[in-house]
Ligand binder design. Structure first.
Ligand SMILES: [Zn+2]
Length: 67
């Protein structure tokens, strides 16, 4: 099945303000602990278009609206 072998789309962020590290299934915009908007994206799918993205759902691709 297409996309079945894909890794999980979990993003790992670290807050630049309080150093709190957290995981998010979606793109986080702020720290859940201190609500800072300054987050460092440590791992997870890039927020840019995936290679080969054609605007269809390819799992966590920013070019597909996150889905
Ligand atoms: Zn924080």
């Amino acid at each position: 099945m297409e996309g079945a072998g894909q890794m999980s789309g979990i993003h790992v962020y670290r807050c630049a303000s309080c150093d709190h590290r957290f995981e998010s299934e979606d793109f986080a915009s702020r720290c859940p602990k201190c609500r800072s908007k300054v987050l460092l994206h440590e791992s997870g799918p890039a927020r840019t278009l995936k290679k080969g993205c054609r605007g269809r759902s390819c799992g966590g691709c920013g070019g597909c609206g996150g889905h």
